[in-house]
Design a binder for this molecule. Structure first.
Ligand SMILES: [Zn+2]
Length: 456
């Protein structure tokens, strides 16, 4: 899962969900882990770690029947907890967990699962470590920049607990590899995807100062599709690169995920099935609301499921199943200009108005000095003072000639929405005006025109 509030990616999880995404299974021999080996072998800190780039068979996890003296010493503080005790610890050692995404949630999650002595950890991530990850993705360090996240995470976990089997997968979960993944399960007859429902999925998200967590597919509880039968419009979904997140918030939610996984894996019950746990970091408050029960007519887990195979979830959701920056395409080519075209407008000193529609918090980070800032939300709400300001500026500009407005934002998504709003306003709420979007926004400007402009 991403650490944004990415419903699309979570829905992408849905089939895979019913097929366990982040799943854990205790007691019965473990979740045949997914992906397998091919690989690049990397040496680090005296340990050798393989990086898997596709799904191949894994050997079954060896079940411990007793704890060694070293186990007893290592886990002594948690063995004293009556709810866990020796049997719970043995159950953990027989459990395989797939962690989907070694990011803000996956790092603390995997860290505590490894520390607690989970048997096998599949660590799946298609991305590489970047500097802007480090404030929340705390398994990675500065020296890991450019390295596959899955491998960086596996190496860090090995340093913490070398007895845990870590399997780093450098790939993106997809309908193709998810099916292969299911076939890895120890259960002999590979069942069709819809039939595999029932593996618990401990799912969490975090954005800005809020977090959420739910356990799906647990003991007759609802699956993801029971609760979210259709994806939201892609332009309404915000992720961490758009909306921001305070690093400790996914840290807290990842720890709660680890807690629920450990409870399920050790043989206790989760308290989060059919519930949505919500964390408000501003007020330091958790609250939980009850969710709808399993739907008898659910398309995936219902009595007569209509989704019987995995679909292309990116098409289904109209959005990428990642927390990389999304690119919307709301306008036609003639409603947009490139950053190069805008640069030449500047060079020729052609009169125009540059409208920056980012929120103030982003304008404070960086801005082009000659821009007017009116956040998209203020345009959408037609905030009186902003409309007045726009009106007066356009009026004075239009005295000399029909002055075009170029709209810019961080990445060129909000600016397209702003162009649509401005076109509605043009000729009625403000003087008639030509409005165009600057493709790719300020980040395209930073990449191709001005390398000294900060990227964020
Ligand atoms: Zn369902």
């Amino acid at each position: 899962m991403t650490d944004g509030r990415g419903l699309p990616s979570a829905i992408a999880v849905d089939a895979l969900l019913s097929i366990p995404y982040r799943s854990c299974e205790g007691l019965k021999g473990g979740l045949g882990v997914l992906e397998p080996r091919t690989g690049v072998t990397v040496s680090n800190h005296n340990s050798v770690q393989e990086l898997y780039d596709r799904v191949t068979p894994l050997t079954p996890l060896t079940a411990k029947t007793a704890l060694s003296n070293e186990d007893i010493m290592r886990y002594s503080r948690q063995l004293l907890v009556p709810q866990l005790a020796v049997q719970g610890q043995l159950n953990l050692s027989k459990t395989s967990v797939l962690v989907v995404g070694c990011g803000g949630l996956g790092c603390p999650l995997a860290l505590y699962l490894a520390a607690a002595g989970i048997g096998r950890l599949g660590l799946l991530d298609y991305d590489e470590v970047e500097l802007n990850n480090l404030h929340r993705q705390v398994l990675h360090g500065e020296e890991n920049q450019g390295q596959a996240k899955a491998l960086s995470a596996a190496q860090a976990l090995k340093r913490l607990n070398s007895t845990v089997e870590c399997i780093p997968y450098h790939l993106q979960l997809s309908p193709q590899n998810a099916l292969q993944l299911i076939q890895q399960y120890p259960a002999t007859t590979p069942p069709p995807p819809f039939f595999v429902a029932g593996k618990p999925l401990v799912s969490a998200s975090a954005l800005r100062l809020e977090g959420q967590l739910t356990v799906y597919n647990y003991h007759g509880g609802p699956c993801y599709r029971c609760l979210y039968p259709v994806p939201p419009p892609p332009e309404t979904v915000t992720n961490c690169s758009d909306g921001g997140v305070l690093g400790v918030v996914p840290g807290i939610m990842g720890c709660v995920q680890a807690l629920e996984v450990l409870k399920i894996a050790s043989g206790q019950r989760t308290s989060c099935s059919q519930k949505l746990l919500m964390f408000d970091a501003q007020d330091a408050k958790f609250r939980s609301i009850k969710l709808r029960p399993k739907k008898a007519d659910c398309a995936v887990c219902g009595e007569e499921p209509s989704v019987t195979q995995l679909v292309d979830y990116e098409t289904f959701c109209g959005s990428a199943a990642s927390d990389k920056c999304r690119r919307l395409n709301l306008l036609s080519r003639d409603q947009r200009i490139t950053v190069q075209e805008y640069k030449s407008i500047l060079d020729k000193a052609e009169p125009h108005l540059l409208l920056d529609v980012r929120p103030l918090v982003e304008v404070d980070i960086c801005r082009l000095p000659f821009s007017l800032n009116i956040p998209l939300s203020c345009l959408e709400e037609r905030k009186l003072e902003d409309v007045q300001l726009l009106k007066s500026i356009l009026k004075s500009a239009n005295v000399c000639l029909l002055c075009p407005v170029y709209v810019i934002c961080k990445l060129g998504n909000d600016s397209q929405k702003a162009v649509q709003v401005m076109e509605k306003m043009s000729g009625s709420e403000v003087d008639a005006v030509t409005v165009k979007d600057i493709c790719g926004g300020l980040m395209a400007w930073a990449k191709t025109i001005d390398s000294t402009f900060p990227q964020y």
